[in-house]
Design a protein around this ligand. Structure first.
Ligand code: ZN
Length: 359
């Protein structure tokens, strides 16, 4: 029982590798070169097209299989332990499951997770403006208001496609933005899928996520048409290896605003929402007063969607968990990094048409 079987050696090896991978410091330029712009694009080009073929989410299949397998192993061990009156059998099974988890973590890192350790956007771009003042943030918010007021009518007249992969202007813009940010082969856009986790997304107000094991994107089923374009662009940016939330929003936003009118509207609406959350009561009043009736109705529809769906306690717990996950992946700001998108927009140098300038 105690002697190191081959399985035991393998499990110990995998566990040690996982601990090393979690804690060892790999220089970011190395991750950028060998992983994010080297191995990872190959993985993404292999996995996302396959996941796009399937109408259902791999995530659901994987989660169901994982839970079923873990339960099966534990129940079988529990019964044997009971029969033989040896608790050690259950403990050993826990040990095996931990080793499996370590292996899953290593696969996560190889398929997507190392992107958390690539060169951050602040080091990728020229930042030549000072940290934004409250007024600068408010001005950006007012620009967003001006844009959504202007774009609302034309955007609604055209409408939004339900599958954003058919949004040719967004696809082209997404490719341009990626090329302006790195030398990697641009990512394959993913199909926004429904998932069995849909109700959970609804209760916790999550818009969408990437399944790192299949490089597919799943979304909240309640998203309104004018939200979906930006959410797609945000999730595609994760697929492009921008793991960090603010970076995915930054890349997604830059893509939206250079696409067609309905997509631009979706992007500016996101930015309004983002700024509105950070300018305080007085700023919100200023922005609110400038809003036209059309955008106001759309924003109210979003608020209503969130209010109807969410379970505040669960939402709180879930975002705390996500915060822990981000910190475990060395995103020190945790979920606060969402607002870093505003800092990036206000500090980075842009050429004509919001084209970011690389170092
Ligand atoms: Zn995200």
């Amino acid at each position: 029982m105690i002697s190191m079987s081959r399985r035991g050696t393998l499990e110990a090896g995998v566990s040690i590798m996982a601990v090393v991978a979690a804690f060892v410091e790999i220089p970011r330029p190395l991750v950028e070169r060998w992983y994010s712009t080297g191995l990872y694009p190959l993985v993404q080009h292999a996995l996302t097209p396959v996941s796009n073929l399937l109408p259902f989410a791999w995530l659901d299949v994987m989660l169901t299989a994982a839970v079923a397998a873990a339960l099966f192993a534990l129940i079988r061990a529990g019964r044997r332990a009971w029969r033989e009156r040896r608790l050690a059998i259950v403990l050993a099974t826990f040990g095996h499951l931990l080793a499996v988890a370590a292996g899953v973590y290593l696969v996560f890192l190889m398929l997507w997770g190392f992107n958390y350790r690539r060169i951050p956007m602040e080091e990728r771009l020229i930042l030549d403006r000072a940290a934004p003042t409250t007024d600068a943030v408010l001005q950006l918010g007012l620009e967003a208001v001006r844009q959504i007021n202007e774009l609302h009518g034309p955007a609604h007249a055209v409408g939004w496609v339900s599958d954003q992969r058919q949004n040719a202007p967004l696809r082209a813009a997404f490719e341009d933005v990626q090329r302006s940010l790195s030398d990697a082969t641009p990512a394959v856009p993913g199909r926004l899928k429904r998932t069995a986790l849909g109700p959970y997304f609804r209760w916790t107000s999550v818009d969408g996520m990437v399944n790192p094991f299949a490089l597919e994107v799943v979304a909240n089923p309640d998203l309104l048409p004018f939200e979906r374009a930006f959410v797609a662009a945000h999730e595609w940016s994760h697929l492009a290896g921008y793991a960090d939330e603010s970076e995915a929003s930054f890349v997604g936003w830059l893509s939206c605003i250079r696409a067609d009118v309905p997509t631009q509207y979706s992007g500016w609406l996101f930015l309004f929402w983002q700024v509105n959350g950070e300018v305080g009561t007085e700023g919100r009043a200023t922005l609110g007063a400038a809003l036209g009736a059309g955008p106001r109705a759309d924003l109210n529809a979003i608020v209503e969607r969130i209010r109807r769906g969410q379970l505040p306690q669960l939402r709180h717990a879930s975002w705390l968990l996500y915060d822990q996950y981000l910190k475990a992946n060395r995103v020190e700001e945790g979920i606060r990094s969402y607002s870093a998108v505003i800092t990036l927009l206000l500090r980075a140098r842009f050429d004509e048409g919001w084209t970011p300038v690389r170092r």
